[in-house]
Design a protein around this ligand. Structure first.
Ligand code: MLT
Length: 324
């Protein structure tokens, strides 16, 4: 029996420490080949993944020795947690460890949209000095609509407040007396109202059956023609075809997407629009966040392999019969 199978590019001191104590197989391209992964996983007690490995019920069923899935990140849309729980497999993740980095990128994308930073940079590199070509707008005094007011939404709003923005929040799981919303002096509103009033809409929702395609044509039609849309959460929450249509008819002023429905995405029309900024799901990819994420997930895998409780178990209370 082997210990840990790493199926994506996860490096660093914490991985080295795990290697020093356990038998670790590092196969960072394995997520691309579901059949080979299902074959290899048979002999492992733990699997360590980011968001690209699809930890489906079929894969878990093919892993009789598996006791723990370590998710280096916060989104759980690639892990069948319900099936893992039924099978007695613990799932651990790393809540909060990358939240600051994601919030910082969301702010960076907002400023980039408002001041056309990527386009102005390219224009200058191309040998021009077009000072009149990039009239920007200030964040000061504008309304930021946070769609999903969890940790990352909260941290984004907090940073936006430093720019003098007013905060609206939509979150079906929170009430108006929520302590974090009160601290932000944020107004909790319905999604339609948020989309209608916000100057910048920043998406921080997880991908679930309930949020799939939540931001669609109907919502984009409600937004102001001067408004910007930023998504650093999950591509599945946005209907990309509807966003493209809104951008093309100038129904909104611009969009910045760090996440896409399919990753990597096929090249399409979004890539050709000047008022769109695209990045390759890098929100959590800072030195600091990755250090924290990797440490947390590797430590939890080690704990579970040694029979100790995990610090960040997703399904600790739900696992009916932990395998040994
Ligand atoms: C997360 O869910 O933690 C981030 O989107 C980064 C990732 O998926 O690896």
């Amino acid at each position: 029996m082997r210990d840990v199978l790493i199926t994506e590019s996860i490096h660093g001191a914490a991985v080295d420490a795990l290697r020093a104590r356990f038998d670790v197989a590092f196969l960072p391209e394995l997520w691309k080949n579901a059949a080979e992964l299902a074959e290899r996983i048979k002999e492992f007690r733990a699997i360590l993944v980011r968001n690209q490995t699809l930890v489906t019920s079929e894969l878990l069923a093919a892993a009789p020795a598996l006791i723990v899935v370590g998710r280096a990140g916060v989104g759980l849309d690639n892990v069948d947690v319900a099936f893992a729980s039924k099978s007695g497999i613990l799932v651990t993740y790393t809540p909060d460890q990358n939240a600051i980095s994601v919030a910082e990128l969301a702010i960076g994308l907002m400023l980039s949209l408002a001041r056309s930073i990527p386009a102005a940079d390219q224009d200058t590199r191309d040998g021009r000095w077009s000072r009149q070509k990039f009239p920007g707008v200030e964040m000061y005094g504008k309304i930021l609509g946070i769609v999903g007011a969890g940790k990352i939404g909260y941290l984004t709003a907090k940073r936006a407040q430093a720019f003098g923005m007013k905060i609206l929040a939509y979150d079906p799981f929170l009430g108006p007396d929520n302590v974090y919303l009160s601290e932000l002096r944020a107004e909790l509103v319905a999604l339609d109202e948020l989309l209608t009033r916000a100057d910048v809409v920043s998406c921080h929702l997880p991908a679930t059956p309930q949020t799939a395609g939540l931001l669609n044509a109907e919502g984009f039609r409600k937004m102001k023609p001067t408004a910007y849309f930023v998504n650093t959460a999950r591509g599945e929450v946005v209907c990309e075809a509807d966003l493209l249509e809104a951008l093309k008819r100038k129904g909104i002023a611009g969009a910045a997407l760090d996440v896409r429905g399919a990753e990597p995405p096929a090249r399409g029309e979004l890539e050709l629009l000047p008022n769109v900024i695209l990045t390759p799901h890098i929100a959590a990819f800072t030195r600091e966040a990755q250090g924290r994420v990797t440490k947390a997930v590797c430590e939890d895998i080690a704990r579970v392999l040694e029979g100790r409780p995990a610090q960040y178990a997703v399904n600790g209370g739900l696992v009916t019969a932990v395998r040994r």
